[in-house]
Design a protein around this ligand. Sequence first.
Ligand code: SAH
Ligand code: AVI
Length: 329
Amino acid sequence: MTVLSPGKVTVDVRLVPEDLGQALRRDARAGLTATPKTMPPVWFYDDRGCELYEAITRTPEYYPFRTERDLLRRSAGQIAEAAGASVLVELGSGTSEKTRLLLEAMAAGTAGLAGYVPFDVAEGTLRSAAEAVAEEFGVGVHAVVGDFHEHLEDIPDLDGPRLVAFLGSTIGNFPPPQRREFLENLASLLGPSDRFLLATDLVKPVDRLVAAYDDAEGVTAAFDLNLLSVLNRELGADFDPDRFEHVAAWDPENRWMEMRLRAREAMTVHVEELDLVVEFAAGEQMRTEISSKFTFDLVRRELGAVGLQVTGLWTDPAGDYLLTLARPA
Ligand code: SAH
Ligand code: AVI
């Protein structure tokens, strides 16, 4: 059992830079030699990528962030009471901006707030958010630098029932088999009095979806293209970002948005650290992210399939976004 001291920050680093480097080399080798080419979205989030994500959340087109924030403003009190938890664990916490609404509601609620456990792959962003929350709320914060798909079991067991929140609709970024595996792992970590709060973006008209992933100011395009700078810096690649363009497309069969990088012309890219030469044909597209859109039914079915029973649902007046509270069945 981990014990937290009020106002104190502990950071547990499960992913040191060498592990990250090895994982990036593995993903880049697999993804750049695949047909079609692809890269997993975790590599967006270096310091610049985290800043660009934050900038995306301020664009008028990116409704998910604002909608979730407004939904939490209205419902965090109810959610906190229904969860009855005194510790908040948050997966993919980033800057913990919207989290403050949940932390405030828990602190003011019956169970009170005993601690916060943010979990993220982006160490710098995680450390600043952890310090800020500890200072603002005077609670103990135990941050974990880790990967959702490898380090969930490193989430500490703290004294008190836990609410595990996965906000931002980040679960939408997992391909369905990975989503199933993630939910199974997560469910196996929950004790009988723990609860899971899952945010999902709902299916809606295509024009709004495409605009959200291709804003007029080009912030999402810069976020997508930043992946190439990560590959250049970390793996000694020679991608020229100006020779690629950002694409956002709706896949109606899979009901997900896809972000892709399209080669404007044929080119050869060298990845020094992998000793790899990669050919791009003119117009060739590399997939960089999927963002699945859900329905109430799908969320209920997928949680039920891993033994989680839905105990509460909150949606905005337009029905754009969903927060689901679940407990071990
Ligand atoms: N929860 C915040 C941030 C969402 S952005 C919000 O709702 O606005 C997605 C976050 O997940 C980023 O902070 C990113 O660093 C983190 N992330 C992405 N892939 C991850 C992975 N595989 N393991 C752990 N964290 C990851
Ligand atoms: C973090 N994730 C849920 C965001 C999304 O909407 O899929 C990342 C993002 N990609 C483009 N814009 C925002």
